[in-house]
Design a protein around this ligand. Structure first.
Ligand code: DLL
Length: 438
């Protein structure tokens, strides 16, 4: 069976997507200069950090001069909690979002009416690239609230001209009822939660392929091409990747095009990407993996200069949108890097292995402990229904063996029974860090 055909969107491209590379670079430089001037004039934090480096907005004469600018980190947002980085009077901020950190105060972001409108335009651009069209029904199953996923997706889908179902995350029974009764053609949801929805459909004897659903726009967490294949096979639908982060805007910073599915085009007319060495902060050339850094080019309320995302990826040249560079699917955040006896391991590497072994489900968790002086990794992965003790032991051995030979680290593996791994309705929790001295 082949996936549903998607109509060509080349006649629907917006002005930004039609820019040639030369035009794009000129637009970027002009917008970068405006952004730096605005941040310097209106945000004391930026004025101080530029002054400390001896840099003045007039020094930005070419795009590469961005290297002169100081980085911004999550800690800077926390230090200026809640509204200290806003570049406009609070009265002009029409929306706040916040992401709750694991510790301490949340990071607060704000938007003017124009920012909200730009955001809607960009999410609409993402949806079109994903194969969604005006007139489609879109089920938004990202969480609504302080998280940017739900409302960001919602405004973008409305902007494209879709009928939006604002169900938010969770309520799997309702998700299924509405998928059947309202017949969404597209769903926007974290890939891990969508797997739970697929499972529940199958448990009820409903073949997901028989639903009108044709397009999924999945993001907010790392996921692999192996996971794409699994979703596309079970759902008989297209699965594309959407990326974003609240500090830079929310969902819609980059999006994979449905016709190529070869990484995410960054909407470079609004966000200037760089890759830097995560340890030294030095620029890394296109094509090499490092930490993704963004500078906003059009944001009014919260201009952000060289924000360290902690996400690891590389930049590649444009394909389906030739002027815009692509970023490879994010392998993980540097925060998610587990160093087990000196070997670097990301949960996405475990995901790939788990997905290729028949008898296992895609649900797993990595538990880090430090019983002595060395870290130990335990992988708990859920087996399919009906496995015997022996089957589980054999599968556990197979996972441990593959992890050892492919990644190079020793892991203890437990294959647990159905529903043995917690489900999430938003971002999946892949790592449980039980090291006592952390
Ligand atoms: O997760 C925004 C979003 C909502 C993106 C819905 C896509 C869809 P935050 O909660 O601020 O914002 O988390 C941002 O999530 O730095 C990445 O580590 C991770 N992330 C987001 N999208 C992807 C993706 C939203 N497609 C953090 N692939 C980012 C991998 C992603 N990681």
């Amino acid at each position: 069976m082949s996936l549903p055909p998607i109509s060509d969107d080349s006649t629907l491209l917006d002005d930004g997507e039609r820019l040639s590379i030369d035009q794009l670079r000129a637009v970027q430089l002009e917008r970068l200069q405006q952004t730096v001037a605005n941040a310097y004039a209106n945000v004391p934090h930026y004025r101080k950090s530029l002054d400390d480096k001896g840099v003045h907005p007039e020094d930005i004469k070419a795009l590469d001069d961005i290297w002169l600018l100081p980085f911004t980190e999550k800690a800077d947002l926390r230090a200026n909690y809640p509204f200290g980085l806003f570049a406009v009077p609070r009265e002009q901020v029409v929306r706040l979002h916040a992401s709750s950190g694991t510790t301490g105060k949340p990071t607060v972001v704000g938007y003017t009416a124009a920012d909200i409108s730009t955001w809607a335009d960009l999410v609409a651009r993402c949806l079109r690239a994903a194969g969604v069209r005006a007139g489609d029904i879109v089920q938004v199953a990202y969480g609504y609230g302080l998280f940017t996923g739900g409302l960001g997706a919602h405004y973008g889908a409305e902007r494209l001209g879709c009928t939006v179902i604002p169900i938010s995350g969770g309520q799997t029974d309702k998700q299924i009822q509405l998928l059947q009764d309202f017949g969404a053609r597209a769903i926007m949801v974290t890939p891990s939660y969508f797997l739970s929805v697929l499972d529940e459909l199958e448990k009820r004897g409903i073949d997901p392929a028989t639903l009108p659903l044709e397009v999924g726009v999945f993001g907010a967490e790392p996921w692999t091409n192996a996971m794409r294949e699994e979703i596309e096979r079970r759902g008989q639908m297209h699965a594309t990747d959407i990326y974003g982060l609240s500090e830079v805007m929310g969902p819609g910073v980059a999006q994979e095009c449905v016709e190529s599915k070869d990484g995410l085009h960054i909407w470079e007319d609004h966000f200037y990407p760089e890759i830097v060495n995560p340890l030294t902060g030095e620029p890394v050339p296109d094509g090499q993996v490092g930490e993704l850094v963004f500078t906003s080019l059009t944001k009014q309320a919260l201009p952000i200069l060289r924000y360290r995302t902690r996400d690891l990826t590389k930049l590649l040249s444009g394909t389906a949108r030739p002027s815009m560079r692509r970023m490879e699917k994010v392998t993980g955040r540097s925060d998610d890097l587990m160093i087990v006896r000196g070997v670097n391991v990301f949960p996405t590497q475990i995901e790939e292995i788990v997905l290729e072994i028949p008898g296992l489900t895609p649900y797993f968790q990595c538990v880090l402990t430090r019983p002595g002086r060395m870290d130990e990794l335990t992988i708990n992965v859920e087996g399919e229904q009906g496995l015997s003790q022996d089957d589980r032991a054999r599968l556990a051995q197979q996972v441990a063996h593959t992890v050892k030979s492919r990644i190079g680290t020793t892991a203890k593996v437990n294959v647990v029974g159905p529903d043995g791994i917690e489900r999430s309705v938003g971002k999946a929790r892949r790592i449980i860090d039980s090291r006592s001295d952390r």
